[in-house]
Design a protein around this ligand. Structure first.
Ligand code: ATP
Ligand code: MG
Length: 126
């Protein structure tokens, strides 16, 4: 599914990924990266906060789990990446909600009892 999403993305797409710890957010980003023709292995940005990759479009993969305040997010300088003609995908985006563009793709992942996932996507132009 990630790969198919990746194929549909246009420049300046901003995606928020919702889902509990271990829901499969980073795994979905791996697929999206494939759809963007990115050959690098996607690693979780939990500690680096932002990872950049170059494919059909530049991918900025953010994980804000370790960001404690909106001020800290501002200092990170990530806001300008929303408008840098690439694609931004943000895990744990809640802390940055005041800075997100209005035109958002929102994806949420729920884990079912049998470990399968329900994935809901809003705002993606087909
Ligand atoms: N669609 C899926 N079906 C079954 N297992 C999955 C699926 N997606 C991810 N997993 C498994 O769930 C685990 C956690 O995946 P992942 O690291 O992508 O989650 P995450 O939401 O990014 O976690 P975190 O909240 O720590 O950032 C991995 O072992 C992965 O293989
Ligand atoms: Mg993750």
């Amino acid at each position: 599914m990630g790969e198919r999403i990746g194929l549909l993305l246009k420049k300046n797409s901003v995606i928020t990924l919702e889902g509990t710890l271990g829901a499969g957010k980073t795994t979905l980003v791996k697929g999206i990266a494939k759809g963007l023709d990115i050959e690098n292995n996607i690693v979780s940005p939990t500690f680096t906060l932002i990872q950049e990759y170059l494919g059909r479009l530049q991918l900025y993969h953010m994980d804000l789990y370790r960001i404690d305040s909106a001020e800290e997010f501002e200092l990170l300088g990530a806001e300008e990446m929303f408008y840098a003609d690439g694609v931004c995908i943000i895990e744990w985006s809640e802390i940055a909600k005041d800075f997100l563009p209005k035109d958002l793709i929102e994806i949420s992942i729920d884990i079912n009892e049998d470990k399968s996932r329900d994935i809901k996507i809003e705002g993606l132009d087909l």
